[in-house]
Design a protein around this ligand. Sequence first.
Ligand code: BV8
Ligand code: ZN
Length: 259
Amino acid sequence: WEHPAPDEEHTEMALSDAAKLLQKARHVVVFTGAGISAESGVATFRDALTGLWSRFDAQSLATPQAFAEDPDLVWGWYEWRRQQVQQVRPNHGHLAVARLKDHVPQLTVITQNVDDLHERAGSDTPTHLHGSLFAPRCATCSRPAPLPATTEEQPAEGSRVPPPRCAHCAGPVRPGVVWFGEALPEQALESAVRAASSCDVLLTVGTSGLVYPAAEIPRLAARSGAAVIQVNPQPTPLDPLAAVNLPGPAAELLPALLT
Ligand code: BV8
Ligand code: ZN
């Protein structure tokens, strides 16, 4: 039985500190970003632009301007991402979060992700601050639009796909996500702010903490007296905020922390 390496020992200590905070908590918020879906094989937002997309910067492609200028390119990107999500499965991180609801009196899951992996892992009503790949709507009249049938062949990465047209007004259908420069869904933001202001522990997982106003949520929790626990292999601007920092991958650390 060799002596655990110092950082392993540190993580063991941090895990037990975090577990103690969770055991005492009445209301836990789990706040997730692209990092929780990374181990399912969904590229994180910063590296979602691999291959052909690399010539774009996500922040320029995920905008109303880009969709207005080249709807086929933008719709094609989201269809490629949606079908990529449909090919993968929730990982042990998503599953551990879903199990947490049986262990704490009150649990609120808030995600910045537009995939449906929390739902497929058993978290029934995650709050999607940035919308979802699975809720397309008409760009003109905002009516919900049906999801295109999943063609057997995935749209090739980088292929242009003309968006479907709205059955009601023939306007172009857009992805049901929040683009840069667009307001977050009021309902979602309000319930996230309410939960962050009243929780005892906020567990932030796999987010770079750079995109606002979502990035405000962990900061609001800390200001309201909650203990923040962070799971991320990299340092983030949230480090100073965290009562406990768990440096490592979500699919490995969350099962250790939450069961
Ligand atoms: C708004 C949906 C106004 C689309 C997304 C200057 C200063 C401050 C703010 C601004 C500014 N200039 C512009 C703004 C506003 C802007 C913003 O914050 N920009 C940033 C870049 C500075 N915000 C907006 O535009 C927002 N709207 O402000 O509107 C307004 C108000 C009223 C009325 C009208 C208008 C809208 C922002 C929403 C944009 N949409 N997503 C899509 O998906 O295509 S954001 C997108 O990026 C994601 O959803 C996510 O939220 C965000 C960041 O991604 P993360 O989830 O953090 O993932 P990321 O790739 O960054 O990091 C992954 C992390 O995981 C890393 O830390 C990594 O270490 C970690 N990781 C990796 N592997 C693992 C792991 N962790 C654990 N386990 C692993 N295995
Ligand atoms: Zn319409």
